[in-house]
Design a binder for this molecule. Structure first.
Ligand code: DX5
Ligand code: ZN
Length: 224
């Protein structure tokens, strides 16, 4: 089904309260929970190792979408699968063997995503598309929340949609998704929208309804 899913990135959550933050976004209508894993090498920031992801797991009732921004990636696939990821997304730029990486993810029995940085052409995934359950189109350079949307991602999304054809593969957009940019990528064929700052801004575990209205604003921008 192609209905739009919202996947809040807990990179923008209160790091002292992940359990409550996850419960709050899910109660407010989040479809998936997006976990940004960074290694201080592939991207200039550091976040969650497998034990942290394992600690999030019991709080996630929906779907835990783990975005690995790490290189090398292959040595850590098993650990993130065992930590409880429902989907593991790896970057095509993270190593020379994306085909092997996607096979390794699937061998763990979890869904496999393949991510493209803003500077990487769609052709880079042409020969692995049948191994993917999702293509992630980055619309910022990965590393930080709160960056400005890179507009060339809209045309890229259209090309990914063409490449996918009738296959049952999600297109996820990550970076700078707001009520202004969401309709552009939705029209181009995206169906899973990651949003960090646009979901968490102004809210907290004590004011979770703000998360709900922020997600509603994104949904309405698409349908309206
Ligand atoms: C960027 C991460 C994103 C980021 C999105 O490296 O992959 O998931 O947290 O944050 P916003 O929605 O604030 O751009
Ligand atoms: Zn992400």
């Amino acid at each position: 089904d192609r209905s739009i899913k919202i996947a809040p990135s807990i990179l923008s959550a209160d790091f002292a309260n992940f359990g409550q933050e996850i419960r709050a976004i899910e109660d407010q209508g989040a479809d998936w929970v997006h976990v940004d894993v960074m290694d201080g090498h592939f991207v200039p920031n550091l976040t969650f190792g497998p034990p942290a992801v394992k600690a999030f797991r019991p709080h996630v009732k929906t779907f835990m979408d783990v975005h690995l921004m790490i290189a090398p990636v292959d040595p850590y696939i098993e650990a993130y699968a065992e930590a409880g990821a429902d989907m593991i997304t790896a970057h095509v730029e993270a190593g020379p063997h994306i085909h092997r990486t996607l096979q390794a993810i699937k061998a763990q029995g979890v869904k496999a995503g393949v991510a493209l940085n803003p500077g990487t052409p769609v052709e880079a995934i042409e020969h692995v598309i049948d191994l993917a359950d999702m293509v992630l189109v980055m619309t910022v350079n990965p590393g930080f929340g709160g960056q400005k949307f890179i507009h060339s991602g809209v045309e890229k999304t259209r090309r990914v949609r063409e490449l996918i054809g009738d296959r049952e593969i999600h297109i996820q957009i990550d970076g700078g998704v707001t009520p202004e940019t969401a309709p552009l990528v939705a029209a181009a064929g995206a169906d899973v929208l990651v949003a960090g700052s646009a979901v968490f801004k102004g809210g907290s575990v004590d004011k979770p309804d703000v998360y709900g209205s922020n997600m509603q604003a994104i949904r309405q921008s698409i349908s309206g």
